[in-house]
Design a protein around this ligand. Structure first.
Ligand code: DGL
Length: 279
């Protein structure tokens, strides 16, 4: 199916062009995994800025500058839509990305997570766990309030959880105690729904469920894949081809443990990784 939406680089887009997915590092592979499951025909190009991760402690200006470089790189791959898999990037640079790409669909984990949380909450008290920069930006609260200003949103920065997930300590006593400590203010506020507002946190779902069984957990990777499917359908850009999809992974550095961590996040073997320095 050929489409008729304008793209800044090439002038036209078609459904066989890849979806561009990007993140500060390896974490966005959770979103790629959800996209592969929800949209198995789609070609995907991924960029993870592994040389400059973490973004979650960096300033808005720096993140915007890095993001513009990543988007330029993905546009060179003739992507038909962009998925901002990184909560921190989505929190501070979403508008900037939209301005750069004109009418191309741009999906953000934050908008998808906020909408899902509003569907799920029964008492209108939503909690968010995320990086420092995401929490400081107040992006989740703004996204929720844009739909329902009467909802209470309590955000908690949980930076240690990023390293614990990368370490693979998904069912470890240290992680359990850290989660317990971080969740105290959220639970004290009678929150019934918790947005996992960081690429790494879907891996902690079983542990958090054990700790607080009554909390509804919003996994932004799944909600973003669903939102992507809907946006592509609306733009007549869904790839209906039966061809085996093409997956390409670009990173700005290949640290020693990249393969192991990446495969855990992606849930399958990670092939076709290329290194690409930006900036
Ligand atoms: N990908 C980031 C996020 O979802 C977490 C890692 C980082 O701090 O860069 O917020």
């Amino acid at each position: 199916m050929w489409l008729l939406v304008r793209q800044p680089e090439s002038g036209i887009m078609n459904s066989k062009q890849p979806i561009g997915v990007f993140d500060s590092g390896v974490g966005g592979l959770t979103v790629v995994r959800a996209l592969m499951e929800r949209l198995p025909n789609e070609n995907i190009v991924y960029f993870g800025d592994t040389a400059r991760v973490p973004y979650g402690v960096k300033s808005r200006n720096t993140i915007e500058e890095f993001t513009m470089q990543i988007v330029e790189f993905l546009l060179q791959h003739q992507v038909k839509s962009l998925v901002i898999a990184c909560n921190t990037i989505a929190a501070v640079a979403y508008k900037r990305v939209q301005q750069m790409v004109g009418n191309m669909p741009v999906l953000s984990v934050i908008e998808a997570g906020a909408q899902e949380a509003l569907k799920v909450t029964r008492n209108n008290h939503i909690g968010v766990i995320a990086t420092n920069t995401t929490v400081n930006s107040n992006a989740y609260a703004r996204a929720v309030h844009a739909h329902n200003p009467d909802t209470r949103v309590l955000s908690q920065a949980t930076p240690l959880l990023v390293s614990l997930v990368e370490e693979g300590w998904l069912d470890h006593e240290v992680t359990r105690l850290t989660v317990r400590e971080y969740l105290k203010p959220i639970l004290a506020d009678d929150v019934d729904t918790l947005i996992l507002g960081c690429t790494h946190f879907p891996h902690l779902k079983p542990l958090i469920k054990q700790e607080v069984p009554h909390l509804e957990l919003v996994d932004s990777s799944i909600t973003t894949a669903e939102a992507t499917a809907q946006a592509l359908a609306a733009a007549s850009l869904l790839n209906t081809s039966e061809q085996t999809p093409d997956y390409r992974f670009y990173v700005s550095d290949i640290p020693l443990r990249f393969q192991t961590i990446g495969e855990r996040f992606l849930g399958r073997s990670l092939e076709q990784i290329e290194m690409m320095r930006l900036g």
